[in-house]
Structures are given as structure tokens and as C-alpha cells.
Ligand binder design. Structure first.
Ligand SMILES: *[C@@H]1O[C@H](CO)[C@@H](O)[C@H](O)[C@H]1NC(C)=O
Ligand SMILES: *[C@@H]1O[C@H](CO)[C@@H](O)[C@H](O)[C@H]1NC(C)=O
Ligand SMILES: *[C@@H]1O[C@H](CO)[C@@H](O)[C@H](O)[C@H]1NC(C)=O
Ligand SMILES: *[C@@H]1O[C@H](CO)[C@@H](O)[C@H](O)[C@H]1NC(C)=O
Length: 334
């Protein structure tokens, strides 16, 4: 979640455009995109967008395997000792150049390059994304993530509602590389990168209504927010299991893999909300909802009902199993 301002994406895209005048064809679709119940009814343009994101994820996984980055250094060294671009910028540029070779994708905008950037004149989709979520935990080689949301739009996302997005792909770069693919109204599936190929590992991911797992983001808020203290006491007294890394992607995806639990990120005056709506929240909310869960904002309303006010809009919240989020809501409203 590093804030680096303008990334290098557009520059690299411009460079690659000057090399090849013709738009190369879109990506080859993995066969599960054509056959799975989650994606088979999706328009071919959407399938193509999903395939490009999976391509970016595969290349990003390779970059991460062969690069070390300690702490929050701005530059990194690879295996041969050459200084490289910061990983956020490197993976951002990789996404821009992959997306620009897909005629289905019109534009993209990312946390590193926060401007609506047209890539083709043919496409109908816009992709908003955070190429590497969890920069603060890259140093110790924790699991980090990538978050991609697909919108049916050729112009800016301003004033669009979260509910207008079509699909999301959430990638976890850990000891395994897994991706959760969700299409609105169709559900969520999990695929895993195995010997360079994506294989379906869960055909339909389901969040059960209750499960005693908690991931309490921004825990220091218990000192200034009595309701947060009450809910944390509830989780402890009820013998919930704590699973928390401080990375939004691994924390929520852990809940997805265990079929339930609750993730919260409560803010206070001192610790302002950090999660960005179009780069982080929309993609995660689509995934959680498509698995049968709930994602609420800080005023305890459905996060996807929010309208994009500006590209940097931040949204807090709570998500996970319906019953667990209900308990959270009750305690917060009491
Ligand atoms: C290291 O980075 C340099 C410069 O980007 C590149 O030319 C070289 O191939 C990389 N080496 C490895 C082993 O990744
Ligand atoms: C980080 O951990 C993964 C296994 O989870 C490993 O494959 C990778 O080489 C590690 N990265 C570095 C820079 O050591
Ligand atoms: C929590 O665990 C303790 C120790 O095993 C047990 O005595 C207690 O009854 C449990 N509480 C609940 C609410 O399950
Ligand atoms: C939770 O929010 C706080 C402040 O808003 C932020 O610093 C922290 O990184 C967030 N944690 C997660 C896991 O998203």
C-alpha cells in the first residue's frame, strides 16, 4: 500500500506502443474460464480481462520469487546484484504493459498510477488495481497480495457506484500463489498457480454464516474506541482464533480459505482510514459478497453501495461471515 504518486506505467506503455503499431491479439483463455460455473456465462470481453489479470499475476509471482526487498527501501537488488525499480513500480508497469496489449481493455488506473489511463481505442473495460498490497510486510517476506476490479467503463470511475463493477481478482503471493476470481451474481472460485499453469483448486468458495476466526485491523484503536474494545473482548471471551498478518489480502483470504471468520478495520481520529475504495475495497467486497459474506463500510452500510467521490477515496469497515458481521454490527450499535 505504498503511496508513491505517479508510477511508470504510462511511460512504459508509450514506449511499447511506439515499437508495434498494430494491437497484438488478446490473451489465450485458460480453459476453466470457459467451463466454470463462475465465469462461463461472462461476456467474452470480461473473460479476456480476467485472463490478462491472471497473466499479470503469474509474472508478478515470478518477479517476487527472484527479488529481495528489505524494509521499505525504494530500490531493490535482484539475484545478479543489479539495482531494480521498487517492486510496486515494477509490478505496476508490468500490469500496464500487459493490459495495453489486450483489445478488450480500454483503460486502467492503479494505486501507483492514480490517473485514468486509456490504453486501447477498442476496449470497453476499465481495471482499477493495487498491484502489490502489503508493502509494509514485504521486508520480512510475509504473504502479500494484488487486488484487481473490472468495471464496464471507458471513462473515469468518478461518481460510479461500487455495485456497477463486474468482477474482481484477488491474488495472494505466499508460499503458494492463489487467485480468487469473482463475477458479480455468479460466485467466487479459487485457482492456484501450479508449474506455471493456473489450476482450479476450489470450484465455489463459500463463507459459512459463523466461524470463530478474527482478524482485528488497527487494534490500537481499542484504546480510543470503546465499541472496538467491546467487540475484541467478545472475540477473546468466546475463544475465537486470532489470524492476523496486517495485510488486507492474506487476512481476508485466510477467512475465504477457512470458509468463515471476520476481518475489521476500525479507524480513529489518530489512525485515519487507509483502505482505498477503487484499488482495494471494491475488489475485496465483490469477492466476499460472491462467497456469501458481507462487506460493510465504517457507517455499517454495504460498502459497494458507495459512489466513487475521488480516486483516493478511503473506506473503512468490517467483512466476512454474515453472522459474525451481524455480531460486530450489534455491538457497535449498542
Ligand atoms: C537483474 O536486473 C537487471 C536489470 O533490470 C536485468 O538485466 C537482469 O537480467 C536481472 N537478473 C536477474 C537474475 O533477474
Ligand atoms: C520468500 O519466501 C518464498 C517462500 O514463501 C521463497 O520462495 C522466496 O525465495 C523468498 N524470498 C526471498 C527473497 O528469499
Ligand atoms: C473458552 O475456553 C475455556 C477454556 O477451554 C472454557 O473454559 C470456556 O468455557 C470457553 N468459553 C466459551 C464461551 O466457549
Ligand atoms: C487498518 O487501518 C489502519 C488505519 O486506518 C491501517 O494503518 C492498517 O494498515 C489497516 N490494516 C489492514 C490490515 O488493512
Amino acid at each position: 500500500m505504498a503511496v508513491l504518486g505517479l508510477g511508470l506505467g504510462p511511460m512504459l506503455v508509450a514506449a511499447s506502443h511506439s515499437l508495434s503499431r498494430r494491437s497484438p491479439p488478446g490473451p489465450t483463455l485458460p480453459s476453466f474460464l470457459i467451463s466454470s460455473t463462475i465465469t462461463r456465462d461472462a461476456p467474452s470481453v470480461l473473460k479476456s480481462g480476467l485472463a490478462s489479470i491472471l497473466e499479470v499475476a503469474k509474472e508478478t509471482a515470478t518477479v517476487l520469487r527472484h527479488t529481495c526487498e528489505g524494509g521499505s527501501k525504494a530500490t531493490t537488488e535482484n539475484a545478479s546484484g543489479d539495482t531494480q525499480l521498487n517492486l510496486d513500480l515494477q509490478t505496476d508497469a508490468l500490469a500496464f504493459s500487459t493490459f495495453s496489449s489486450n483489445p478488450a481493455i480500454h483503460s486502467c488506473i492503479s494505486e501507483e498510477t492514480p490517473v485514468h489511463t486509456p490504453l486501447t481505442s477498442t476496449g470497453t473495460l476499465t481495471i482499477s488495481f493495487d498491484p502489490l498490497d502489503g508493502s509494509s510486510i514485504i521486508g520480512p517476506n510475509f504473504t502479500i497480495g494484488g487486488i484487481y476490479t473490472i468495471w464496464p467503463s471507458t471513462d473515469s470511475l468518478i461518481s460510479k457506484k461500487g455495485t456497477s463493477a463486474l468482477a474482481s481478482v484477488i491474488i495472494m503471493y505466499g508460499s503458494r500463489t492463489t487467485a480468487f476470481i469473482s463475477c458479480v451474481g455468479k460466485g467466487c472460485m479459487e485457482v492456484t498457480l501450479t508449474n506455471g499453469k493456473w489450476l482450479v483448486t476450489t470450484e465455489k468458495v463459500i463463507l459459512k454464516p459463523t466461524k470463530k476466526i478474527f482478524a482485528p485491523g488497527n487494534l490500537r484503536c481499542v484504546n480510543t474506541n470503546p465499541s472496538y474494545k467491546k467487540i475484541v473482548d467478545h472475540w477473546i471471551n468466546e475463544n475465537y482464533t486470532l489470524r492476523y498478518t496486517g495485510g488486507m489480502v492474506p487476512d481476508i483470504c485466510h477467512i475465504m480459505s477457512k470458509e468463515g471468520g471476520v476481518f475489521s478495520n476500525v479507524s480513529s481520529d489518530k489512525n485515519k482510514q487507509k483502505l482505498r475504495f477503487i484499488y482495494e475495497v471494491t475488489g475485496m467486497a465483490i469477492m466476499v459478497e460472491e462467497a456469501g459474506g458481507v462487506y460493510l463500510d465504517e457507517s455499517l452500510n454495504r460498502a459497494l453501495e458507495r459512489k466513487v467521490e475521488d480516486v483516493d477515496m478511503r473506506v473503512g469497515g468490517v467483512c466476512g461471515s454474515t453472522g459474525e458481521v451481524e455480531i460486530f454490527k450489534k455491538i457497535f450499535q449498542s
